[in-house]
Ligand binder design. Structure first.
Ligand SMILES: [Zn+2]
Length: 322
């Protein structure tokens, strides 16, 4: 990483906008911000300023704190105090942020009871601010009255909701075109229809990145095949099949479906037991033809192996496929 920042009037390097006190006690080596040299003992920490701070405070901890970090034996106590309070403060803010987030999710309460009393909805969402962290969670005002759909309160509530949604778009630089997508209105409808706010949980960073993505990919593959199916009828298809044996001696038989709009991989069957068996290949081909729709199949391309040829002949014998 190259050095961005300034030497300032003190002649010391400090990254732009950084208030990290670590830079008062260490400086980059060879303009590399990841290699920070300790002012006190000269040790170079290769994990950036974070590592340097750990180097400086390590001696003040007992036990296995910062196990892999070399401790500084020349750092003065007052520097340790400054750094520890900065580091622990930062740690605390991260924990606070998380617990406020958790609390925010729990606080979404819609009191659905049978009284004629006016029900109130209190929702809190976190708001990102560049100021002190205690502003992280700002109370929000959605005072919805279910029994008075046209009331001024509800108009105001809706206005506020729009404003929160707008904040989300502005804060994260999301294209306004997204509001025209089906998924946008679907998402909103889905949230509104979910009737148990106490268990409502938005997807986390990790959910989006791993769990949901995996699931979607699987769905998409089958949707993708479905999209092609529409064209199969219009254009007719060629079924292509071949087989190959992997390093472990397993034989895979692949079936692909080609039409002028493109080729899809339909399936792969473990054919280890069948590959020399014309009758089984014939059966598998039959299944595939059925899956694709016999009327859509213009031709079948196969391997020239005799078992395939034979299976192909059987297929041709009983249908109009060439
Ligand atoms: Zn040191």
């Amino acid at each position: 990483m190259s050095v961005e920042g300034s030497q300032g009037s003190t002649g010391r390097y400090r990254p732009t906008n950084s208030n990290d006190p670590g830079w008062d006690y260490g400086q980059p080596v060879d303009e590399n911000r990841d290699h920070v040299k300790c002012d006190f003992c000269g040790h170079v920490s290769k994990g950036g300023i974070k590592r340097l701070k750990q180097h400086l405070v390590k001696a003040s901890y007992k036990g296995t704190m910062y196990k892999d970090v070399r401790k500084c034996d020349k750092v003065p106590q007052d520097v340790v105090d400054v750094l520890r309070s900065f580091m622990e403060g930062k740690q605390k803010i991260t924990e606070e942020k998380q617990s406020k987030k958790d609390e925010m999710i729990r606080n979404v309460n819609v009191y659905g009871n049978d009284d004629d009393e006016v029900e109130e909805v209190m929702i809190q969402i976190p708001k990102k601010r560049k100021g002190p962290m205690d502003a992280f969670v700002a109370p929000i005002d959605v005072d919805f009255r279910p029994r008075a759909p046209n009331s001024n309160e509800n108009k105001k509530a809706l206005e506020n909701i729009h404003s929160y949604i707008a904040d989300f778009f502005y804060e994260n630089s999301i294209s306004f075109n997204c509001t025209r997508s089906d998924s946008y209105s679907k998402m909103m409808q889905a949230i509104v229809q979910y009737n148990d706010p106490s268990t409502f949980k938005p997807p986390s960073y990790n959910d989006l990145r791993v769990k949901i993505l995996k699931k979607k990919k699987k769905e998409e593959t089958s949707n993708w095949v479905d999209n092609f199916k529409v064209h199969w009828e219009t254009y007719g298809v060629t079924i292509m099949t071949d087989w190959w044996t992997d390093g472990k001696g397993m034989t895979l038989i692949n079936f692909l479906v080609n039409c002028p709009k493109g080729t899809v991989f339909l399936k792969s069957i473990d054919g280890s037991a069948h590959i020399h068996d014309a009758e089984l290949i014939y059966k598998m081909l039959k299944d595939v033809i059925e899956e694709v729709g016999e009327k859509n199949v213009i031709q079948i391309c196969t391997d020239n192996a005799s078992n395939y040829v034979l299976a192909g002949e059987w297929i041709m014998a009983e249908s109009k496929i060439y």
